[in-house]
Design a protein around this ligand. Sequence first.
Ligand code: UD1
Length: 322
Amino acid sequence: MRILVIGGAGYIGSHVARAFLDRGAEVTVFDNLSTGVRENLFPEARFEEGDILDYGRLEAVMKGGYDALVHLAAFKAAGESMEKPEKYSVNNISGTLNILNAACAAGVRRIVFSSSAAVYGEPEYVPLDEGHPTNPENYYGFTKLEIERFLGWYDKLKGIRFAALRYFNAAGYDEAGRVRGLERNPANLIPVIMEVAVGRRAELKVFGTDYPTPDGTGVRDYVHVSDLAEAHVAGLEYIGKHDRSLTVNLGSEEGLSVLEILEAARKITGKPIPAAMTARRPGDPAKLVASSARARELLGWTARRSDAATLVRTTWEAYTRD
Ligand code: UD1
């Protein structure tokens, strides 16, 4: 099986490339290295440097002949997307349309797409299932939802079969230490805590202590990136076997607060990790927890390594590797 992983030098993309390689697939990574890093490229995978805004380049690479592609090439900072929507329009939306059109031209009919829980917006109820209304609170989430809708049309009109995977909070690193690259300028909670622990930042700012949650801080569903990666393999198998597209949540179904993650990090790293209690970050809901019942039923998938200790330990190992 030949798989093209677009955005495969990034944090999630590299774990996805790893999961397909581990199952014996032939993997090509396509990445412009704008946020992805060379350390994340595996010697067993081919690498094609290129940009999804370069339609000609995409089409030329895809004509190499692939059974499927995985699309993870997107900007993902929800806060930034509210200040620079143009950047998200061009890359996330126009870039995806290039991918879809090139896939049609090259006859690649199966697509695994990295979507997000951000498509739901402020929850009306938790746990969130796939039937929850989609009403994104930020422009990033809007781009993911629009892409899901394009995929729906390309399914009907062009016979593309897709798996849209709505990730909750991706975290952790490959347990065997095979993913070597760290994200530059991370904004997500666990990498920020790690940067404090290694002395790269002075303190963690806890965004909001007055949420209606048990300890007042935000609760999220953190899911290990290798669990996510395995769902890409399972999602692709599903659409191939059933010739039917699929949209599923991927979460651990467990909520962890900012303070619970911080405590786990202090314990595992043995570092004090100073923290300042600050105001809420605009647009942050109190609590986001997935129902992953559909992924369990249709894909036989569950999160197996998404407990706080494994998430923090594997990230700490990545941050302290020489
Ligand atoms: C957001 C998006 C999510 C997206 C992800 C990718 C929304 C609602 N969520 O997740 O869909 O896939 O970004 O990056 O748009 N926190 C702190 N201090 C920090 C950083 C975070 O207290 O320095 C808190 C946040 O308030 C939140 C939790 O930690 O309660 C997790 O935050 P973060 O890792 O940034 O992810 P989300 O905002 O949940």
